[in-house]
Design a protein around this ligand. Structure first.
Ligand code: APR
Length: 245
């Protein structure tokens, strides 16, 4: 049985630590994950109707309203001990890379820098037509499933879209390239709070293992069922990660 003590030993020897996070790292802050039973976003909302460019083109008010609801939720929550421990871990190893699938800013608010956001961010909206970036001018003030007309692009009058990567879209090239290089050269990878179901991000822990890195999955679920690689440290990220520092 792999224990926090074993990770601590690996951390003491680590030359390059990669931390790879998913929605589970923000769960203890009150941010819903995607696939957890009952509470997950995709349990209650149809990803096809919300998280594709086609859905936005067809129903911009519905989709924009839903992402503004998520942005509002994020402005009401705080980083949790997992985010804070990860920011601290960065100072404890010679080389550190933080890769996240999350579109929230809780890693940055906990003090992490140079976070590689593979699935974009809720705080970097841009024009759906010309791609120019857009600055939010006010905090969202809506209730749950409200439709909101997206702002218009001042350059081309196109609809402003959320800065997230939707299903069917490619990942941001620079971030994915940097992430790929990091997992090929790291000697320890902590995969925290991800179901490992969405590719290509989900292949990153596997690539690290293929390059002889020690891979540890931190998740309340036993991860052996999902991935052939690495150790499983069962528990909540906000409880386990502070034990490592
Ligand atoms: N600590 C650690 N892990 C947790 C916690 C917690 N407190 N609570 C839940 N988890 C785990 C769940 O057991 C699950 O394995 O977090 C994982 C969350 O999985 P998903 O909801 O599938 O989220 P994620 O893996 O980040 O999804 C990947 O899918 O919908 C897309 O673009 C979206 O980035 C997202 C991608």
């Amino acid at each position: 049985m792999f224990a926090p003590e074993d990770v601590k030993k690996a951390l003491e020897k680590a030359q390059h630590l990669v931390v790879f996070t998913g929605a589970g790292v923000s769960a203890e802050s009150g941010v819903p994950t995607f696939r957890d039973a009952l509470t997950g976003l995709w349990e209650n909302f149809d990803p096809e109707a919300l998280a594709t460019p086609e859905a936005f083109a067809e129903n911009p008010d519905f989709v924009w309203g839903w992402y503004e609801w998520r942005r509002k939720l994020l402005l009401e929550v705080q980083p949790n001990p997992a985010h804070i421990a990860i920011a601290e871990l960065a100072k404890r190893v010679p080389k550190f890379t933080l890769i996240t699938q999350n579109v929230d800013d809780l890693h940055e608010r906990a003090g992490s820098t140079d976070v590689l956001h593979l699935h974009g961010s809720l705080f970097t909206p841009r024009c759906f037509d010309c791609g120019r970036s857009y600055e939010f001018t006010q905090a969202p003030t809506l209730t749950k499933e409200q439709r909101i007309t997206p702002p218009q692009c001042e350059h081309c009058s196109g609809n402003i879209r959320p800065g997230v990567v939707w299903f069917g879209e490619s990942l941001p090239e620079a971030e994915f390239k940097a992430a790929f290089e990091a997992v090929q050269s790291c000697d320890l990878l902590l995969s925290v709070g991800t179901s490992g179901m969405v590719y290509p991000a989900a292949q990153l822990p596997e690539i690290a293992a293929q390059n002889n890195a020690t891979v540890v999955h931190i998740n309340p679920q036993k991860m052996s069922a999902i991935t052939r690689h690495g150790y499983s440290l069962q528990g909540a990220a906000g409880e386990i990660l502070p034990l490592l520092i």
